[in-house]
Structure formats: structure tokens, C-alpha cells
Design a binder for this molecule. Structure first.
Ligand SMILES: [Zn+2]
Length: 128
């Protein structure tokens, strides 16, 4: 029988080895099982987002991620832009690619923490 640590290590190695294939599978899954129409319906139930609202935001952002500018149709986004919202006010802020959405989430959607991270990167990379 494997120990908890061995299982954890095995899972980690497996993920690293199969990362690209798994990401591709996830992208395909989302395209098939959670298409834009379904996501808008989901967001409509939760926050009242309509298709018109979504299209308006998409047009305003020129079909690109509001942060990095990745195109909606390219490899980075997998054809999907996430609907980003303020968790406290429930206000929809915009559309982001998966990476940017995860990125700001890792910083707890805290602008000050993100500024500190920016400052840290600028200073430690010698840009300043
Ligand atoms: Zn982005």
C-alpha cells in the first residue's frame, strides 16, 4: 500500500507528464459542454447578465482579454473568455482569459496586493 506522500508525488509527476494533454482535453470539454450560451445562461441566473450585456462587453474589449489582450479565439483562451466579477458587489467587471482570471484570483482580487507584486517584480528584476 502506498503512503499519502507517495500518492501525492505520483499525482504530481503524472500531472507534469500529462499537463498539455490534460489542458487540451479541458479546453475541448468546455467548448462542448459549457459553450458560451450555457455560460451566459448560468451568469444570467446568478447575476442577471444578458446576452446583450455579454456582447456589449465583448465588443468593448474588442474580443480580447481585458488584461493581457489575448484574443478570444486563440490558443491561450481556448476560444473562451471568463466572466470576471467582484465577489462582494457581484458586479461584472469584464472578460478575462483563464490565465489572467486565475492570476488575479491568486492575489485575492486585491489591487494593493497586485501593486505590491508589480513593485516586487520591477525592483527585483532591476527595471526600476
Ligand atoms: Zn489575459
Amino acid at each position: 500500500m502506498r503512503t499519502k506522500e507517495e500518492i501525492k508525488e505520483y499525482s504530481k509527476r503524472w500531472y507534469v507528464k500529462n499537463r498539455d494533454r490534460e489542458r487540451q482535453k479541458r479546453r475541448e470539454y468546455y467548448k462542448i459542454y459549457w459553450p458560451e450560451k450555457g455560460r451566459i445562461k448560468f451568469w444570467n441566473r446568478l447575476y442577471g447578465l444578458t446576452k446583450e450585456d455579454f456582447d456589449k462587453i465583448l465588443k468593448k474589449q474588442n474580443k480580447r482579454c481585458a488584461i493581457c489582450g489575448a484574443e478570444k479565439s486563440n490558443e491561450t483562451t481556448g476560444g473562451v473568455l471568463s466572466i470576471d466579477h467582484n465577489k462582494s458587489t457581484r458586479k461584472i467587471r469584464g472578460l478575462l482569459c483563464h490565465k489572467c482570471n486565475m492570476g488575479i484570483g491568486c492575489f485575492k482580487d486585491d489591487p494593493l496586493l497586485l501593486l505590491k507584486a508589480t513593485k516586487y517584480l520591477l525592483e527585483t528584476d532591476g527595471v526600476k
